[in-house]
Design a protein around this ligand. Structure first.
Ligand code: SF4
Ligand code: SF4
Length: 220
């Protein structure tokens, strides 16, 4: 999931500037799990808008905000959304841009997108993947060096590792030591002799639409 953080209230209000009637869009997926864009946070923002002298138009929380067609349909069916001067979006960057592609109205970001995370337990996330395309996890014992080594080394460890600890942060183990130990426990340490080549773009299975095309469709 995409882990998000709440922007400072004043930054959002500054961005909303002179827009008076504001409709809030949350996200029922990642931002709800991050506790940044669920119903509770949308409601809190409606109250904040009222306190700031604006007119809260209402809110909805799509199942997935990073879905342009879904948003277009929800916006079309909502009189409150149609009457707003601007949208405040509590979702990741993909969700904010989806709203922007689904409407001609101004869109303001309510959250900062932080990283692709794995949920450890409710409200706690591990930064585990950088979406780099050619995944190496099969040969690294299911531990990602691209994301978890501060230098993003595809082949490691680097020369700075000391007694198994990372030279960048000596309070944590070098991720390449973790990889080695886990491979060794499975008698697969030979994988360490494999040289991971520089990344290629890979084969995209999903249809990628150029953002410019979407923008043209959304704003004919
Ligand atoms: S190598 Fe690491 S960053 Fe790249 S796709 Fe795999 S898990 Fe994600
Ligand atoms: S010590 Fe290990 S984890 Fe730290 S930067 Fe070097 S290779 Fe990466």
């Amino acid at each position: 999931m995409i882990v998000t953080d709440i922007k400072p209230v004043q930054e959002v209000l500054d961005a909303l500037g002179g827009y008076r009637k504001v409709f809030v869009v949350g996200c029922g997926s990642c931002a709800t799990a991050s506790r940044t864009g669920g119903e509770e946070e949308c409601t809190a923002w409606l109250q904040e808008l009222e306190r700031s002298g604006k007119e809260p138009a209402g809110f909805f929380v799509p199942e997935e905000t990073c879905h342009v067609f879904l948003l277009k349909s929800m916006i079309r069916q909502s009189e409150a959304a149609a009457s707003a001067d601007a949208f405040l979006v509590l979702a990741c960057g993909a969700g904010i841009q989806a709203v922007s592609a689904a409407t001609d109205k101004p869109v303001v970001a309510g959250l900062n997108s932080m990283f692709l995370g794995t949920t450890y337990r409710a409200g706690e996330f591990l930064k585990y993947c950088s979406l780099c395309g050619s995944c190496v996890l099969s040969s690294t014992a299911g531990i990602c060096p691209v994301t978890r080594c501060p230098k993003g080394l595809l082949n490691g460890p680097c020369g700075g590792m000391v007694n198994g600890m990372c030279e960048v942060d000596n309070t944590v183990a070098c991720v390449w030591v973790d990889i080695y130990e886990r491979l060794k426990s499975r008698d697969q340490q030979k994988s360490m002799t494999r040289i991971n080549k520089p990344k290629s773009a890979g084969n995209a299975r999903h249809r990628k639409v150029e953002p410019q095309r979407i923008a043209r469709k959304a704003h004919p």
